[in-house]
Design a protein around this ligand. Structure first.
Ligand SMILES: Cc1ncc(C[n+]2csc(CCOP(=O)(O)OP(=O)(O)O)c2C)c(N)n1
Ligand SMILES: [Mg+2]
Length: 382
């Protein structure tokens, strides 16, 4: 399943991508441009988020995917309309490939009333059924179990649709993840799981959380095939993802794709990754997914240095506009906090929101000082 360096070198100098002989989908010049734009957009959007985070505009944490963009983009690009994807917090590129706009991401991080969660949750914690996106679920490992249900519904209705998910090396060590993988394998569900071996789970190195050296070995425990890819090579990731998706669509069940990659920043903005050895960072910096794709595109005649610079400039201009527009949008109206909490709108309306609406609490509420929230907290001694 792997695209080898040898296969790639066959086309070197021929002006033809080695992926054009693939049996799944011919990647043409437009695809190459789209992949590059998505990679750059992912990085540039995250850089933009980092700037506004430092300006105090972001509500909540900021989790970057620096160095891992190729895995998310290559996978997201391989899916078809009607498929579902369940990303982790580090898979922004997959969401952009599925049609989420930078505006959506900026709104979400800045808790705008116009955001997909109307300010109720941040990062990429949103579910968009029309785009086949199942949002991350905070307890690691549980998302796969929910996605199993989606995949089972596809199978039961005999729909040729595929579910795709990502798990960090840490997430894959949870009991829930093992349950999810065992179930998906036993029921032969149309699922592809990308195990992101990015070497770290917060401050824990992956060597401290698993005894396996070759992470593809874990697939043996579930009786499913695994393929290992250079997760920083977007074309290799795309190729493996497309083949695994085709396999699942054909009814042949789950594949695990092990992405060998590296988390170039700390877990989130608040983590300066002081525990990471410098040599490790320096070694992986030389294996940057975007820089190596740029080299490939120029070498095989898909792009020139100038055309790549034009893409980057176009992305920067689009992000300037998006950032200005989103920051001018309002925060949610207070009443929004109680809407869309439950699937049933009537239930939303019926649930008492403030304690003043709950029978028996009226007296308690009026007895408290009605000044600012801060004063109320103090008076409660919290
Ligand atoms: C069951 C559970 N334990 C702990 C956490 C806290 N937590 C959130 S992300 C994270 C690290 C995840 O590491 P990994 O799965 O390798 O993903 P990565 O951050 O490397 O992308 C931890 C420990 C959690 N969300 N759920
Ligand atoms: Mg990890």
């Amino acid at each position: 399943m792997q695209v080898t360096r040898e296969r790639r070198s066959l086309a070197r100098g021929s002006g033809i991508s080695p992926y054009q002989d693939g049996h799944l989908k011919t990647l043409d010049r437009r695809d190459m441009r789209s992949l590059y734009r998505l990679l750059w957009l992912t990085r540039a959007l995250e850089e933009r988020l980092e700037i506004i985070f430092k300006q105090g505009q972001v509500v909540g944490g900021l989790y970057r995917s620096l160095g891992q963009e190729a895995t998310a983009v290559g996978c997201g690009y391989a899916l078809s309309a009607g498929d579902w994807i369940a990303p982790s917090i580090r898979d922004l590129g997959a969401l952009l490939a599925r049609g989420i706009e930078p505006h959506d991401i900026l709104r979400q991080y800045t808790a705008r009333g116009t955001s997909l969660c109307a300010g109720k949750d941040n990062t990429n914690h949103f579910t968009v059924p029309e785009l086949g996106i199942l949002g991350p679920i905070s307890p690691l490992g549980t998302q796969l179990c929910v996605l199993n249900g989606v995949a089972l519904s596809f199978r039961t209705r005999r729909e040729p649709r595929v579910c795709f998910t990502f798990q960090g090396d840490g997430a894959s060590r949870t009991g829930t993840s093992h349950e999810g993988l065992a179930m998906a394998a036993a029921l032969n569900l149309p699922i592809v799981v990308v195990l992101q071996h990015n070497r770290w789970s917060f401050g824990t190195p992956s060597t401290a959380e698993a005894a396996v050296e070759n992470w593809a070995d874990v697939a043996g425990a579930y009786g499913v095939p695994a393929v290992t890819v250079d997760g920083n090579d977007v074309l290799q990731v795309y190729d493996a993802a497309a083949q695994a998706i085709a396999r699942a669509r054909a009814g042949d069940g789950m594949t695990i794709i092990v992405s060998e990659t590296y988390r170039m920043l700390g877990h989130a903005q608040h983590d300066a990754q002081r525990y990471v050895p410098d040599e490790e960072l320096i070694a992986w910096r030389d294996h940057d997914p975007i820089r190596s794709f740029e080299t490939y595109l120029v070498e095989f005649g898909f792009e020139s240095e100038t055309s790549l610079a034009e893409v980057r400039a176009e992305v920067a201009a689009a992000l300037d506009v998006a950032t200005d527009e989103v920051l001018a949008e309002p925060y949610p109206a207070p009443g929004e906090a109680r809407s869309r909490v439950y699937g049933n709108a009537e239930l939303d309306a019926a649930i008492p929101w403030t304690r003043g609406e709950v029978p028996g609490y009226e007296g308690l509420v009026t007895a408290r000082p009605s000044a600012t929230r801060g004063t109320t907290r103090q008076s409660q001694g919290a």
